[in-house]
Design a binder for this molecule. Structure first.
Ligand SMILES: *Cc1c(COP(=O)(O)O)cnc(C)c1O
Length: 390
């Protein structure tokens, strides 16, 4: 990527020759489905997340769906979730006939807080799906303490691979069902894929069966253990949501490179913060303090409308015309038709206000500092020009 005319996508994946070699190695081995490479990746993720069980699946969408399924979510149940998130967070409830109940967020972290969640509790609340927005790890222990014991916490950690809870432990180690995404633009990418980190061995076995058509053993174990060759039974209605060894080959290399990639993201974020300090775009969380707590999956700035008379959407389009892949995360779910557009009705004032002021700027593990400077320069130029206009 460079500033000379190429488009700076937000969230470009960072693959090296090592990932390419790993895929070739697995292809040449003759076994590309779910097998020993996936098992090794799950074990390595387990060490990284500090969680005894990790179950890989084909996406974080599937991870969220299966998590709610094994927690018994069904029709009549309510699932509390933020509105400022990707649709998969709330769709997990819809797949199961449950009702998403949208909750407002804190203006700085852009995450739900225990106080706001507690306000949304009813007798029907079954699960709270928390989102570590942008990569900011929320305090799930404080949330646990604020909730009645029967309300289950599921974590949508699609942004938070590499983030740490306030006590310094890695996201994934909380004993909740913690769902990760390995989609193309996420912190660790296998093109597509996901995983659930958990502590309960029985739930993990249940998830392993559900992801693989409800089989009590998988193809790899039948292949390697002849005594089960004819004995694999289908015990329940499962799904086809498994991972593959091709993806695991990529993931294992990405995991090895995670520290280096994460450090670079943090450095890019710090450079943006310094660059934008006087530009009318504030990037929450100061340098140093939240470095570990915020893995900087998304580089989200909050645009100050007082600073200029330029409309946020115009600014976004103007940046795109200058090869800067600025974007918005997210259009609030409660304002969309699938969720019965309840804008102004369901009282999410912070979400509704942020929705008009946020802007995501390009960040990736391979973005050069020159590219960061280019983005900041374009942003400043556009805002200055707008300010000068009558
Ligand atoms: C990307 C994302 C998902 C879905 O991940 P997939 O692996 O693409 O299914 C879920 N939640 C959030 C917050 C995301 O950003």
């Amino acid at each position: 990527m460079n500033t000379q005319g190429s488009y700076l996508a937000f969230g470009a994946p960072d693959f090296t020759e090592a990932e390419i070699d790993a895929v070739a190695r697995v292809m040449r081995s003759g076994w590309v489905g779910m097998g020993q490479e996936t098992i090794a990746f799950e074990q390595e993720l387990s060490a990284y997340f500090d969680a005894p069980e990790v179950v890989t699946v084909n996406s974080c969408t599937s991870a969220l769906f299966l998590s709610l399924l094994i927690e018994g979510v069904g029709p009549g149940d309510e699932v509390i979730a933020p509105s400022l998130t990707w649709c998969a967070t709330a769709n997990a409830a819809l797949y199961l006939g449950a009702t998403p109940v949208f909750c407002d967020v804190d203006p700085k972290s852009m995450c739900m807080t225990p106080d706001r969640i507690v306000e949304k509790l009813t007798a029907r609340t079954k699960v709270v799906v928390v989102v570590h927005y942008g990569g900011y790890a929320i305090d799930v222990d404080a949330l646990r303490a604020a909730l009645p014991p029967h309300v289950i916490i599921v974590e949508d950690a699609a942004h938070a691979l590499g983030s740490r809870y306030p006590d310094g432990r890695p996201v994934g180690s909380s004993k909740n069902l913690v769902c990760f995404s390995f989609y193309a633009n996420k912190n660790l990418s296998t093109a597509d894929g996901g995983a659930i980190a958990l502590f309960d061995r029985h739930k993990a076995e249940h998830l392993r069966s559900l992801r693989m058509s409800g089989m009590e053993s998988n193809a790899w174990s039948r292949y390697t253990n002849p005594s089960t060759a004819f004995g694999a039974g289908v015990e329940k209605l499962g799904y086809k949501m498994n991972f593959t060894d091709l993806q695991a080959a990529i993931g294992r290399v990405q995991l090895q490179r995670q520290r280096e990639m994460s450090n670079h993201r943090l450095a890019v974020a710090r450079r943006y913060q310094r660059g934008c300090a006087d530009a009318g775009l504030s990037i929450p969380f100061q340098e140093g303090v939240f470095d570990v707590r915020h893995a900087r999956h998304l580089l989200v700035g909050v645009f100050d409308p007082e600073f200029t008379n330029m409309d946020r959407n115009d600014l976004l389009l103007a940046l795109r015309a200058r090869n800067v892949g600025a974007s918005i995360h997210y259009r609030p779910l409660h304002e969309q038709s699938l969720y019965n557009n309840t804008r102004g009705v369901c009282s999410l004032p912070v979400t509704e206000s942020l929705a008009t002021k946020i802007m995501t700027l390009p960040i990736s593990a391979k973005m050069s500092f020159a590219d960061v400077d280019y983005v900041v320069q374009q942003l400043k130029q556009l805002l200055e020009t707008a300010k000068a206009a009558p």
